[in-house]
Design a protein around this ligand. Structure first.
Ligand code: COA
Length: 505
C-alpha cells in the first residue's frame, strides 16, 4: 500500500509536501524530537533533506553555523545521525547513539552529548530540564481518519515528543508493514510527581494502553511520504567466545532453578543487542526452556525464533532490531507474531517500577569491570564515549538479576576487561549481581568486596592478566590502608595509563 493511501485524515493529507519543503520548516537552533530506536522507526526522508540544506547553508561564507539539537528514543541510522553529523549539523544529541560519525564528533568535542537512562528521558522532557521541544519529526505506519497515528517499528519516546512539541512533521513510510497496527500499547496514564499512580502492569503480556498515538492535527505542519527500510543490520553468527559466555549463563540459570531461586520459566528476560545476547537467546532456544517471557527494549532475530518455537510465549519491547532475514521472517509470518509481541513507549518498557515488580533478568554488555564489581559500559579508557548507557542502568538497578557480559580481553589481548579499578562507572558494585566472561561466571550476590575480588579474578579474568590482578589485590590487601575495598590509589588506573602510552595494559 502506497504511503499516500495510508493517509486517511483529509486535513492531514492537505499538508503533504516533499521532504525538502518539510526540512525548510526546521529552524536553526531547534530542539527536534525524532522517532527512532535501535535502527528502527526513525524518519528516513527529512533528516537527509535537512542535512543537504545545512550543508549548503554552512558552505556560504560568513554564515552562522546551522545546527539543531537532536533528541531521539535511542540509536538511529546513517540516514539520520550519520548524515546530520557529517555536515556538523548537530549541536547536542541525546539520549543514546551508536553512530561512528557522531561518536567521532562527541569525542573530538564538536558535538555535545547527554547520555541518559532511557526510562528517564520523557520525565526530563516533561519536567522542562531539556528546554522546549520545537518540532517532533516522527515516522508512522499510517494516519487514521481521525488523525490518530499508527506507530511504526519502534515507539521509543514518540508519545512524549508528539505531546511536547509545538509543531509536528510526520513521515508516513510505506515500507513499514501495515499489519503492525494493533501491536502497540501506548500508555496515557503517566504523570509527574506528586500525581503519579501505580502502573497496572503485572505480566509482560498485559496491555494497558491504546493502539495509536493521539495527535492534535493543528500541530502537524507537514506530512511527508517515504518508502525506505529500517537499518536492519545483518545478523552475525555467534562466535566461540559468545557461545562460551552464553553457556556459562545457561548453566547458571539451571543451577538457580535447581536451588529454587528461579522458576523453570525463569523471570522476564531483558537482553541487550549484539553477539553475546544473541548467543544466549540461541542457547535458551536450544535448551529445555518453554514459555519464557521477555520484557525488554528490543526484539532481535533470536526472539522471533524463540516465539516461533514456543520457547518464548510473549515479548514486550519498545522496538524491533532485525536483520534483513529477520524482517523477511517477520513480514511473512506477522499473523503468528502479532499476538505475541507488544511494543510500548520506552518510559514503560524500561520503567523502574515494572522492572522491579516483574523481577527482570537483565543481561547487558560491558566495556570493563573492576575486581570489586563496578562496571563501565560507556567510556573507552575513561574518556572516549562508545555508545551510551542506554537502558542498561534502568534494568540493572531495578531488575532481579543483573548480569554483565564481556570477552575477558579486547584488542587482540592488549586490554583486560577485568581491571583493578574501572576508568568510568556506569553501574556500581551495588547494582551488579553477576559478571560473565568466556573464562567463567562470578556470582557476586551476598559477597563482601574482598570476596567479590577473589571470585572475579579467579572466574572471569583472562589467564594472561590473572596473575597481575592477583598481585595488585594482594599488595592492596597488605598496604595497611582501608581493608574494606583495598586499593593502591597511585596504581589503580595505571593499567589504562599504560595502554594509552604503550598500547598494552
Ligand atoms: N577497552 C577498550 N576497548 C574495548 C574494551 C575495553 N575494555 N572492551 C571492548 N572494547 C572495544 C572493542 O574492541 C570494540 O572495538 P571496535 O569497535 O574498534 O572493534 C568495541 O569496544 C565494542 O566491543 P564489542 O566486544 O564488539 O562489544 P559489544 O558490541 O558487545 O558492545 C558495549 C559492548 C558495552 C559497547 C555495548 O554493550 C553497549 O553499548 N552497552 C551500553 C548500552 C547497553 O547496555 N544497552 C543495552 C541495554 S538495553
Amino acid at each position: 500500500m502506497s504511503a499516500n493511501a495510508r493517509i486517511l485524515c483529509p486535513t492531514l493529507k492537505q499538508r503533504l509536501m516533499s521532504a525538502e519543503k518539510a526540512a525548510e520548516l526546521i529552524p536553526a537552533g531547534a530542539n527536534v524530537g525524532m522517532s527512532g530506536f535501535t535502527g528502527a522507526g526513525y524518519p528516513k526522508a527529512v533528516p537527509g533533506a535537512l542535512a543537504e540544506r545545512i550543508r549548503k547553508l554552512n558552505a556560504c561564507e560568513g554564515s552562522e553555523p546551522f545546527r539543531i539539537n537532536v533528541w531521539t528514543g535511542a540509536s538511529t541510522a546513517p540516514e539520520l545521525d550519520g548524515v546530520l553529523a557529517e555536515v556538523d549539523g548537530i549541536e547536542m544529541r541525546l539520549p543514546f547513539q551508536s553512530d561512528p560519525i557522531c561518536r567521532q564528533r562527541i569525542n573530538n568535542g564538536t558535538m555535545d552529548y547527554v547520555d541518559l537512562h532511557l526510562s528517564e528521558v520523557s520525565q526530563y522532557a516533561w519536567s522542562g530540564f531539556l528546554g522546549k521541544m520545537d518540532i517532533a519529526l516522527i515516522e508512522v505506519a499510517g494516519i487514521r481518519e481521525d488523525g490518530s497515528l499508527i506507530p511504526s517499528s519502534s515507539i521509543g519516546n514518540n508519545k512524549t515528543w508528539i505531546e511536547q512539541a509545538d509543531k509536528i512533521i510526520l513521515e508516513v513510510n510505506s515500507q513499514q508493514n501495515i499489519k503492525l497496527e494493533g501491536m502497540h500499547d501506548v500508555y496515557y496514564g503517566t504523570a509527574l510527581p506528586p500525581h503519579r499512580k501505580p502502573i497496572m502492569l503485572t505480566d509482560p503480556s498485559d496491555r494497558i494502553g491504546e493502539f495509536y498515538f493521539e495527535c492534535p492535527p493543528e500541530k502537524v505542519i507537514a506530512v511527508v511520504e517515504s518508502n525506505a527500510a529500517d537499518r536492519n543490520s545483518p545478523f552475525k553468527a555467534s562466535d566461540e567466545t559468545s557461545q562460551k559466555i552464553a553457556q556459562h549463563i545457561l548453566d547458571f540459570f539451571e543451577r538457580e532453578i535447581e536451588l529454587g531461586r528461579l522458576p523453570k520459566e525463569l523471570l522476564p528476560i531483558q537482553s541487550g543487542v549484539g553477539n553475546i545476547p544473541n548467543a544466549v537467546l540461541e542457547g535458551l532456544d536450544a535448551g529445555p526452556f518453554k514459555n519464557l517471557t521477555a520484557f525488554t527494549e528490543v526484539i532481535q532475530d533470536g526472539m522471533l525464533k524463540m516465539l516461533k518455537s514456543g520457547t518464548l510465549s510473549v515479548a514486550s519491547a519498545t522496538a524491533f532490531s532485525l536483520s534483513p532475514e529477520g524482517i523477511k521472517e517477520f513480514d511473512e509470518n506477522i499473523d503468528l507474531y502479532r499476538d505475541k509481541i507488544i511494543l510500548r513507549q520506552q518510559d514503560i518498557s524500561n520503567h523502574p517500577e515494572l522492572a522491579r515488580r516483574l523481577g527482570i533478568i537483565a543481561m547487558n554488555g560491558m566495556i570493563e569491570c573492576d575486581i570489586y564489581g563496578n562496571v563501565n559500559s560507556t567510556h573507552i579508557m575513561g574518556t572516549r564515549m562508545m555508545n551510551g548507557i542506554g537502558g542498561s542502568g534502568d534494568f540493572a538497578r531495578n531488575g532481579y538479576l543483573s548480569i554483565f557480559v564481556s570477552p575477558s580481553i579486547a584488542k587482540d589481548g592488549a586490554i583486560s576487561s577485568i581491571v583493578p579499578m574501572v576508568s568510568h562507572v556506569d553501574h556500581t558494585e551495588h547494582d551488579v549481581k553477576v559478571i560473565v566472561t568466556e573464562q567463567g561466571l562470578a556470582d557476586l550476590r551476598g559477597l563482601s568486596p574482598r570476596q567479590r575480588a577473589r571470585e572475579i579474578i579467579k572466574n572471569c579474568a583472562h589467564p594472561d592478566f590473572r596473575p597481575a590482578l592477583h598481585d595488585y589485590f594482594e599488595r592492596a590487601l597488605h598496604s595497611g590502608r582501608g581493608m574494606h575495598t583495598p586499593h593502591l590509589l597511585g596504581e589503580a588506573l595505571s593499567w589504562h595509563q599504560r595502554y594509552e602510552e604503550e598500547g598494552q595494559m
